[in-house]
Design a binder for this molecule. Sequence first.
Ligand code: ZN
Ligand code: FE
Length: 257
Amino acid sequence: MKLVALPAFTDNYLWLWHNDQKAIVVDPGQAGPVLEALTRLNLSLEAILVTHHHKDHIGGIPELQQKTNALVFGPEHSAMPQPFQALNDKDHVQLLDQTLEVLHVPGHTASHLAYLTSKPSSQGDQILFCGDTLFSGGCGRLFEGTPEQMLNSLAKFKSLRDETQVCCAHEYTLSNLKFALHIEPQNTRLLSYNSHCHKLRQQHLPTLPSNIGLEKEINPFLRAHLPSVQQSAQLFDPKAVDELGCFAALREWKNTF
Ligand code: ZN
Ligand code: FE
């Protein structure tokens, strides 16, 4: 299986996962980049996986449904283009001889889903398609959820293998790292990752996929349990004295940073 990041809009990635014949796309906010890639790589589109109902993740679906035979899968109880197959936490989807596990990860939206590919094999590490829940160096805004829900959702990701590749839906890494460095100016892994990502972006290359092990070391939203991170967050909100308080403070602070 091969993984391709298709840039869309100004900072979205539509993730294409394929076996040189058939493909799956995650969150096609636009149809154009997907149709172009299907033609260029000579692939047929088997399925569309949706993490959440925001326009930049579903906008291309009607056109793709019209022009391909792709099945659409997405979260139950959400404003999805019809027809689609509704999924819930712990469901499994069989596509292209692969099994994907569905994780319900509320916070950014109430019904947000993530998709995890099956156990690592000779074909490589597991892949997590996490939509707008986790970004490299950051996390999604809380439009329909509480800090507690989002913290629980991110805890599900932290429990995955360190090698799990993280396919986020946006290229927000540099601005996230600017905030992360404000929280942890002495984090040496963060400092070197920041210069690495600057070099990638200068060459117009994606900073993604990331991986779980790296994110646990550099992403402040996965580090709210650490006393040093809590101390930084207290500069914004003195109530940031435990993991949840710290996470909530970081999320609020980042909104206006
Ligand atoms: Zn969104
Ligand atoms: Fe988005």
